[in-house]
Design a protein around this ligand. Structure first.
Ligand code: ATP
Ligand code: MG
Length: 232
């Protein structure tokens, strides 16, 4: 384990929301390391800090104290512009509400982060089509999200998260809107992508089936790690 490359590391991470008497300590000195190629879930009671942690790693919000390293970079040293570039380049996001653009096609939705990062058009389309085939939607590239099922939309969001070859993919309840069978299929897809493409996944979930399908479960409670469990 020791010589493996680290995808994400947090050191004494703290997050305080609010001010004065309304202060709330959502993360209380959280230290953890996720190596490249891991498939990790983060579980814990509502309010335990799961989304807060994911938002810090994904640079959607800044910690009050402590450090986050992504792919070896101390992300606190980046300015706003660099953060946006870094986020687009290194981090793929899959959220419960998958935020697909309804008016455009599956293909264009998947291409979007690559358009932002400046990937040439031909390469972009080719890559998007490859990924859509990979997630089993090769025959639906010209559909609009409204013409897809919930599970299919989530697969589009997964393909979109992968287009820029991110170092890590973050999911906040990526199966939350799905029935349990479709949810299981999405986790199986992530397991396959993790194994075949060595993509690092960090998934926040309330669903024990999803957590048990990952290889490591980090349990949070009151903004701290309560248990760090490696699955067989
Ligand atoms: N913007 C905010 N302002 C003030 N408090 C916040 C804010 N965002 C989150 N909190 C508080 O921080 C704590 C952690 O919130 P967080 O969203 O990380 O929990 P969570 O583990 O993701 O919960 P859930 O399972 O319900 O999604 C909660 O007590 C929440 O009320
Ligand atoms: Mg949450």
């Amino acid at each position: 384990m020791g010589s493996k490359e680290v995808a994400v590391e947090t050191v004494d991470l703290e997050k305080v929301y609010g001010i004065g008497t309304l202060e709330f300590l959502a993360l209380r000195g959280l230290t953890m390391k996720v190596e490249k190629g891991e498939l990790v879930s983060i579980v814990g009671p509502s309010g335990s800090g799961k989304s807060t942690l994911l938002n810090m790693i994904g640079m959607l919000d800044q910690p009050t104290a402590g450090k986050v390293f992504v792919d070896g970079y101390d992300i606190s040293t980046l300015n706003q512009r660099q953060r946006a570039d870094f986020r687009n380049r290194y981090i793929g996001f899959i959220f419960q509400s998958h935020n697909l653009i309804a008016r455009t096609t599956t293909l264009k939705n998947v291409e979007l982060p690559a358009l932002v990062s400046g990937m040439p058009g031909d390469e972009r389309a080719e890559k998007a089509i490859d990924l859509l085939k990979r997630v089993g939607l090769g025959d639906k590239i010209n559909r609009k999200p409204t013409e897809l099922s919930g599970g299919e939309q989530q697969r589009v969001a997964t393909a979109r998260a992968l287009i820029n070859n991110p170092a890590i993919v973050l999911g906040d309840e990526p199966t939350g809107n799905l029935d349990s069978k479709t949810g299981s299929e999405i986790v199986q897809l992530m397991r396959d992508l993790n194994e075949e493409m060595n993509i690092t996944f960090i998934l926040v979930t309330h669903n024990p089936e999803v957590a048990n399908a990952t290889r490591r479960i980090i349990h949070l409670r009151d903004g701290k790690i309560e248990q760090d469990e490696l699955l067989p």
